[in-house]
Design a protein around this ligand. Structure first.
Ligand SMILES: [Fe+2]
Ligand SMILES: [Fe+2]
Length: 359
């Protein structure tokens, strides 16, 4: 199995990406327990740790023609004339590259989450938030590990796309502590959760589905954390300060929606980028798919109180305002239960295999 360097379809320009920092690291001398909700989340974070090495059965393989065994309509260029004319082998290569590109963005984004959460630990003033965020740091390391191992089975990887890198760069450089939460915990993690869910719920491949289910079990705590911290903080700001956050939020949402277009894949495979982009834009499925990426973001934005007219009008125009009434708690509970079902499935398969071996 190749190292990441061996399987990158496009080599990253540098091995390291330094981002200059300009913010105060905060100590806190009051070791009192802090807010019950945050401490509850911390306790959960400690208790629900898992080991990617043992919880996931890495002996499972991906499918040769369609690695994650996803429905064909989830490939953005399915239905495009050039694609439909391809041989079975060529189509298999397109699927492997597109799905591998997507998992690569998950892995790269998870490293972003790892770094941002470490920044939160050092910068956030409250001790309870430091406690909780420290559990999230190890969660994110485990997610990077899990996606990296999955990616190696694709035998292809892609660097972080420019729009994601720009957004992470912006939140990391910002000296206001809440901006890291807003960019990472609300926007990037919110989008990521919806994208993970598409794979968890549609992949027929048990390995690909399980990795996403287990990561989502942790992510539901992460989004809850962003929501708790910001819901307390934003009412204390002035209207002007809240307007700045709303502006940032909108730009980030548009950026993620419009520029996350897999152009690196089409280029690598020698396809006509304009034709692919036009197909993606017009395809009804992709429009619905892009809209559904916001299911997890919109209700949180409303809940933390960044719900001015500009945001509401823009969400209306993007066709995603209806998600404002999503029951976030129900989604989080279901994420946890689905992960447990994957554990039960594995235990069942192993017990059947064990019995068969004994007979
Ligand atoms: Fe994560
Ligand atoms: Fe996360």
């Amino acid at each position: 199995m190749g190292t990441l360097r061996d399987i990158y379809a496009i080599q990253p320009e540098e091995t390291n990406w330094p981002v200059p920092q300009d913010f105060d690291v905060n100590f806190n001398w009051e070791y009192d327990d802090g807010r019950a909700a945050t401490m509850g989340l911390y306790r959960k974070g400690v208790e629900m740790q898992w080991n990617a090495e043992t919880r996931i059965d890495w002996s499972q393989e991906l499918d040769e023609d369609n690695p994650e065994q996803l429905p064909e309509e989830m490939l953005p260029i399915s239905g495009m004339a050039t694609y439909e004319k391809m041989s079975r082998k060529e189509k298999a290569q397109v699927r492997r590259h597109f799905q591998g590109w997507q998992i690569s963005q998950f892995m790269q984004g998870e490293q972003g989450a790892l770094i941002c959460t470490a920044k939160i630990v050092t910068q956030v003033p409250d001790i309870d938030s430091k406690f909780y965020a420290s559990t999230q740091v190890i969660d994110e390391a485990r997610h990077v590990e899990s996606y990296k191992r999955l990616l190696q089975k694709f035998n292809v990887a892609y660097p972080m796309t420019k729009p994601l890198q720009d957004l992470i760069d912006q939140v990391l450089r910002d000296s206001r502590w809440d901006m890291t939460y807003l960019g990472m915990q609300v926007v990037i993690e919110g989008l990521a959760l919806a994208a993970f869910q598409q794979i968890r719920d549609n992949a027929q491949n048990p390995l690909a589905a399980a990795v996403n289910a287990y990561v989502m079990q942790d992510e539901s705590r992460h989004v809850a954390f962003g929501r708790l911290a910001l819901r307390d903080y934003y009412p204390q700001l002035t209207q002007k300060e809240r307007d700045e956050r709303e502006q940032f939020l909108l730009e980030a949402c548009y950026l993620m929606r419009d520029r996350f277009d897999a152009v690196e894949v089409w280029k690598t495979l020698g396809l006509n980028v304009e034709e692919c982009a036009a197909h993606m834009y017009d395809s009804g499925f992709m429009q619905k798919f892009r809209g559904s990426l916001f299911t997890r973001i919109v209700p949180i934005v409303k809940d933390i109180g960044l719900w001015g007219k500009t945001i509401r009008d823009s969400y209306e125009e993007m066709g995603i305002i209806g998600f404002a009434n999503t029951d976030v708690q129900a989604l989080q509970d279901s994420d946890v239960n689905i992960a447990k079902e994957f554990d039960a499935r594995r235990a069942y398969v192993e017990s059947v295999a064990g019995r068969a071996a004994a007979e």
